[in-house]
Every structure is written in C-alpha cells, then in structure tokens.
Design a protein around this ligand. Structure first.
Ligand code: SAM
Length: 261
C-alpha cells in the first residue's frame, strides 16, 4: 500500500511537471509567433519552426502516452524512459548529458553507421546523428516508444538519416555490419523483454559490429560490483579490446567502449 502511494504520488508530480512544461513551451511558441508577426515582411511559415513546432510535437507525444497508459508499460510511470531537452521531451534519462558523459563525439562521425539495440525512443541515436551526422537504425520492442521517437525524428528532420523500427532484439537479423553499436542498459531489462546470458549478448554485439568497429555498452545498476558481471567483462578479451571503462550516472552504472577484433 505504502509503495503504491509513493508510486502514485511520483506519477502525480510527473503529470504536474509535464503540464507545466507543456504550458512553458506553448508560451515560448506564442512569443515567437508574436516576433514572427512583428517581422512578417521577412518571415514565413518556416521561420522559427524549431520553437513554433514544439506544441504540436508535444501534442503528438501526449497522444502516444495516453495510449501507453492502457498498455503494460514498465518504464518511468508511463513517460518516456529517455528525455530529450532539445525537443523539450520529458523523461527519466537525460540524453544530452549521456552523450557528453560517454564522450560519443570523439568516437562517432558522419561516415558512421550506428545500430542501437533496445533504443527506447531512439533519442540517444537521434541526438548522436544530430550532433555528428552519422546514420543509424534503432530497434525496440516497445511500439509506443518507437512511435514517440519517430515523431521526434520527423520534428528534428532526421528521418532520412535515422530509422527507428519496432522489432525485438531476438528477431533482429542484421543483413550487414555496423561501424558503431549501442547496447545501453538492455541486456537484462526491467520489463523482462530481453534477459540473456551476458556472454551470449556480447557475442551477438560482436557479430553485429564491423571488425575494428566500436561497441558502446552500458550496464544496468544491478551490475555494479557484481563479480559475475565483472568476470564476464574481464574475459571478453578474445572478441573485444576494452578502449575505456568508467562509472557513469553518479556511479550507478558501468560504461564500456569496446573495440571489435
Ligand atoms: C532500460 S531501457 C534502455 C533504453 C535505451 N537503450 C537507453 O539506454 O536509453 C531498456 C529498453 O529495452 C527495450 N527492450 C526490452 N526488451 C526488448 C526486446 N526483446 N527487444 C527490443 N527492445 C527491448 C525496452 O522497451 C526499453 O526501451
């Protein structure tokens, strides 16, 4: 009962935060509209689309989330697991901060083809493409997250570079190899959609990655200090070299950069 009350109160504060945030973006869009009207001699429908388009994007996302509330949806009280500040999208994990703390800008460039397995809304992939110009494919078994991601991809005008697809990792048949592979917090998921032996997961990542390509692998919080997890990672030297390993998100997860042999 206590846990239910706590979850309910968290969901209520998120609802309130989301409503406040929607209002703030509606006001920002209205303000830009006033400026556009003031400058109408040299503005058109396209002017300030980045700000003026946000309320419509947020309406589209709210509609998807309303649908999610009647579906089993384990992550972040029915809100997206991922947040994306540049599009004003609410969520638990801040994409821009993750991009910076993982140092992705130094490893990924416009010529790269990135696959993101269990991409959620695909925000990390979209933002990586936005920042670096890379192309990518993200897959996730959660339809609503993929639909939210595709609205954002259209909004950011990235749909020609990034494909977000509703698909289970278990059913993904790579018809090619990728120069960069994301496996972020997906080898033992809370929603129980994908729970596999870690070594088998690393071997799958190795098959998907080009030789000498890079795999970015983020652990789950439960892996911290887990000797079995650390031993498996220590023993993956036959397929990967560890380029970097660090603790991220206030020491709650490991983040590895692995070079494929
Ligand atoms: C903890 S979240 C991590 C999301 C994202 N990789 C990130 O780090 O922001 C786990 C994700 O795995 C997805 N997932 C779970 N089982 C899956 C499966 N069998 N195939 C594809 N995606 C799956 C969930 O829908 C969820 O988006």
């Amino acid at each position: 009962m206590k846990r239910w009350l706590k979850l309910n109160s968290q969901a209520n504060s998120l609802n309130r935060a989301q409503r406040l945030s929607d209002k703030a973006y509606a006001l920002a869009a209205e303000a830009r509209q006033l400026v556009a009207d003031r400058n109408r001699a040299f503005t058109d429908e396209e002017s300030d689309w980045w700000v003026r388009g946000l309320p419509r994007l947020h309406d589209e996302i709210s509609r998807e989330i309303e649908t999610a509330k009647v579906l089993p949806h384990a992550y972040f009280h029915g809100y997206p697991y991922q947040a994306l500040a540049i599009a004003g999208v609410f969520g638990e994990r801040p994409t821009e901060e993750r991009f910076e703390s993982y140092g992705l800008a130094q490893y990924i460039s416009a010529g790269d083809e990135v696959i993101d397995l269990g991409c959620n809304c695909g925000f990390l992939l979209l933002y990586t493409s936005f920042r670096t110009g890379c192309r990518g494919l993200g897959i996730d078994h959660d339809k609503v997250s993929i639909r939210v991601g595709n609205h954002v991809a259209d909004f950011l005008r990235l749909s020609d570079r990034v494909e977000l697809r509703h698909q289970r990792i278990q059913e993904f048949q790579a018809d090619r190899r990728y120069s960069r592979v994301f496996s972020m917090a997906t080898h033992w998921t809370d929603d129980a959609g994908y729970r596999v032996d870690l070594r088998a997961h690393l071997e799958m990542l190795h098959r998907v990655c080009e030789p000498e390509g890079l795999v970015f692998f983020e652990s789950h919080a439960a892996d911290m200090g887990n000797s079995e997890f650390l031993q498996t990672m220590d023993e993956c030297g036959d397929i990967f070299s560890v380029i970097d390993v660090k603790c991220v998100e206030r020491e709650t997860r490991y983040f590895y950069v692995l070079a494929s042999h």
